[in-house]
Design a protein around this ligand. Sequence first.
Ligand code: HC0
Ligand code: SF4
Length: 594
Amino acid sequence: MVNISINGRKFQVKPKTTVLEAAKANGYYIPTLCYHPRLPVAGNCRLCLVDVKGSWKPLTACTTEVWEGMEIETDSPAVIETVRSSLSMMREEHPNDCMTCESNGDCEFQDLIYRYQIDAKHPVRSLLKHKFKKTNHSITEPCYSPFDNSTFSVARDMNKCVKCGRCIRACHHFQNINILGFINRAGYERVGTPMDRPMNFTKCVECGQCSQVCPVGAITARTEVVDVLRHLDTKRKVVVCSTAPAIRVALAEEFSTEADFDFTGKMVAGLRKLGFDYIFDTNFSADLTIMEEGTELIDRLNNGGKFPMFTSCCPGWINMVEKSYPELSDNLSSCKSPQQMIGAVIKSYFAKKLGLSTEDIIHVSIMPCTAKKGEARRPEFVQKGKDGKDYPDIDYVITTRELLTLLKLKKINPAELPDDKFDSPLGIGSSAGNLFGVTGGVMEAAIRTAQVITGVENPIPLGELKAIRGLDGIKAANVPLKTKDGKEVSVRAAVVSGGANIQKFLEKIKNKELEFDFIEMMMCPGGCINGGGQPKSADPEIVAKKMQRMYTMDDQAKLRLCHENPEIIDVYKNFLGEPNSHLAHELLHTHYND
Ligand code: HC0
Ligand code: SF4
């Protein structure tokens, strides 16, 4: 152990600990902006300065490791003055539109400005923000950047950027897509895209990982909160919502419940209080996806089809195929994602039950993912209304962060409400469907059902698919399945999450170093629990905690198999016929662009 002192108090810390880690672990505050616990350290914001006895200059706490006898001061007048001066300069460049900013109340820069009481000397008027003005180097007249809402998923207002570079590191470190980087020099420096093009014209997959780590409101999900609020407030239409698997675990963490507490009932209660007329579970359509995708896999095995077959439920992955690997588009499962399946079923099956037409229903999908917003806007995901016009299966997609904004606006704390239940039908989901929210979950759900349906002699016991559980980026397992002539075959299954891992993996597939039959792909590392629309968190263990909560929910569940879901049995019996039927194909399958 290493002996140090911080502001006069003595501590022992492990060697190689940084000053920042040592200070945080012992309850000291050191300001940071570019530091993020899940990203490589950059040390470029210069806010985490500390005085160290014997050093001729203040040192950055995030990059400096402790040494024996180190005497650290976090609050010397020189340190405070330097931090205040850096913040003042940043504030001079920052638009003054906090009140309508997406990150209002969830902004690390706002917190710092308050904490250090930095008044605006020359507040930058937000009205100027849409103008592209390259004028001079003056700090009070900065260079304005255009607003980029070229995708349906992610919005960029680089006028709010504090140049911490977290988004650049997220896009590189998690995804290896490298859309973002510092461009220009000498006073014009800002974060931009290749050739400074709008995001839609780059290889951006709209995963939103950049928005998840942005400390301010410079990169956000493209918000639909106000539209949803208007429908909830005016109730001119039947307003329904469906909730992705990963939302309930995110809310459980957000409201700090015990590790084994299932927040589903509280989440539904909160949504009911928000004013939704019907609340449905995307876990239902995750179960439906397994019925359709499992049948498709077995059909490809029996009748010959393109292999490897890739899952198609992650829209970030679909964007990546369409933009960077178009030659793989026939390898994708033809299944729509669970989001789009429940969208299609709500606006047909459910609408019919209520005697309504598609345009009478507003369907809000609540997702941990920004790319789901873009998926919902694909022109093929529509149905005809009474007037012969096309209406979208999903009207709005809001992220978990946007849901928290709605709850805050309406002053609802779901943790304080008695549990409520999803509406029925379309409100029952198996815990296998819930596992879709973690990397490996789609595969695990598929294996459970496919093994039972094909009747293999020794199915892998429930809960024993350890090889495809956990946070490793690339995982694999051999799965016994039976073909229709009774032959037992071993299906080589792989599970990959995170864009950087996906690219590495595909390179090996292309070079024939690896061969697989069925592959689950998720763009965000760890799966949807770590989606780009999830709440921002300073907890380095947040993804692992959410994953464990998902597994615990599965352990505690009574309904653990997709095909045993009574509502799934019912929807096939009374509406769809059988998996991959003509109607199922019409409503639940699609094709992707090559
Ligand atoms: Fe996911 Fe989904 S599991 S993509 O990760 O498949 O976003 O949570 O809702 O659609 O079900 C996200 C999460 C979903 C979909 C499901 C899938
Ligand atoms: Fe990179 Fe994803 Fe952000 Fe696009 S949305 S810039 S791919 S991190």
